[in-house]
Design a protein around this ligand. Structure first.
Ligand SMILES: *[C@@H]1O[C@H](CO)[C@@H](O)[C@H](O)[C@H]1NC(C)=O
Ligand SMILES: *[C@@H]1O[C@H](CO)[C@@H](O)[C@H](O)[C@H]1NC(C)=O
Ligand SMILES: *[C@@H]1O[C@H](CO)[C@@H](O)[C@H](O)[C@H]1NC(C)=O
Ligand SMILES: *[C@@H]1O[C@H](CO)[C@@H](O)[C@H](O)[C@H]1NC(C)=O
Ligand SMILES: *[C@@H]1O[C@H](CO)[C@@H](O)[C@H](O)[C@H]1NC(C)=O
Length: 288
């Protein structure tokens, strides 16, 4: 269990997919044949990315009492080249990966690597070897494929896969769309949801019975977080709606009357004042 956790953490930090099941051959073969065998029956020859994976691999393989041991997927093409893993061209080599006095590049021809799996002090250590030597193949098989995680991304750990779901989907294989709170039919209306579902990306439409008016949005959609895009609308009878409109109309009529009356009163008052002024001060025209 700790293993999975450590690897899960490691893989999320590295941001790459790794982890797999390990498989080995019962016959020995050259490095190139071993790789071909792995690619034929599994995904590829084993790749080791850290010391923990190295130790885990060793614990999974049968012990050998002596050579031949197992080929692993790290090589170089020339004398002064860097040791490079197949796959992503990583060059990881741990502090204690090589056995004592290795790589010795015996005769400048040792461009492949075997891993010792025995009971001795060299258990789990590496040795550079001639690629034409015959050893057992160790392969890995990737478990993730396009179908592994319905609506998600597949991430591998040793002997297990984890699905990282797209927003709006859940479940260990991201197979379930998030559900929104169930909606019921509005009073005096109908409800119809796309696909008959009320899950992420479903749209539910509302219609009111004849004689009823819809108040609110006629459709809502279920969002990624399982929340509807808006409130459920209501159905109101035309009579009620009319009363509401009439009420509104009556109110505006009243305000208008009120306003007109006040305006009228103001005008009347002004006129009275002017009449009074005219009476007390005779006009210049009359004087002339
Ligand atoms: C690894 O390196 C080889 C040779 O330089 C190159 O052809 C290949 O595309 C590289 N692979 C990756 C995954 O980077
Ligand atoms: C290869 O993958 C390992 C593990 O995910 C990562 O640490 C390393 O940086 C990668 N190497 C390259 C060259 O991409
Ligand atoms: C292989 O050897 C190791 C170390 O001595 C031991 O712990 C392990 O149980 C052995 N594995 C098998 C399958 O015999
Ligand atoms: C695979 O990993 C998941 C998440 O880490 C865990 O819940 C599940 O039990 C594991 N399955 C197996 C078969 O180990
Ligand atoms: C949501 O539904 C639309 C139309 O049915 C579809 O085109 C789209 O791909 C869906 N989106 C998701 C994330 O499933």
């Amino acid at each position: 269990m700790n293993w999975t956790l450590i690897l899960l953490l490691g893989s999320s930090l590295a941001g790459t997919i790794f982890g797999w099941t390990y498989h080995y051959s019962n016959n020995t073969m050259t490095w190139a044949q071993a790789r071909h065998w792995c690619q034929t029956y599994y995904t590829d020859m084993v790749v080791i990315q850290n010391q923990k994976e190295n130790d885990h691999l060793v614990s999974k393989l049968p012990n050998r009492t002596g050579s031949p041991y197992y080929w692993i997927g790290i090589t170089k093409n020339h004398k002064n080249e860097t040791w490079t893993w197949i796959g992503n061209n990583s060059t990881w080599i741990g502090e204690q990966s090589w056995a004592a006095n290795e790589p010795n590049n015996d005769h400048s021809t040792e461009f492949c690597v075997e891993i010792y799996v025995n009971n001795g002090v060299n258990r789990g250590k590496w040795n550079d070897e001639k690629c034409s030597q015959k050893k057992y193949a160790v392969c890995y098989e990737a478990q993730c494929n396009a179908a592994s995680c319905g609506r998600g991304r597949c991430q591998e750990t040793i002997d297990n896969i984890t699905c990282l779901c797209e927003p709006g989907f859940e479940g260990d294989r991201c197979q379930t769309a998030a559900e929104c709170p169930p909606l019921s039919q509005p009073e005096n209306g109908y409800l119809s949801c796309s696909g008959g579902k009320q899950t992420f990306n479903s749209t539910c439409g509302f219609k009111c019975y004849p004689g009823f008016l819809i108040i609110g949005s006629p459709a809502v959609t279920c969002g990624v977080t399982g929340v509807w895009s808006g409130p459920r609308p209501t159905c109101t009878s035309y009579k009620q709606a009319l009363f509401a409109v009439a009420g509104c109309g009556a109110f505006s009529a009243f305000s208008c009357i009120c306003f007109c009356w006040m305006k009228h009163r103001k005008r009347k008052k002004l006129a009275q004042v002017r009449q009074a002024e005219e009476a007390t001060s005779p006009s210049t025209e009359e004087q002339g």
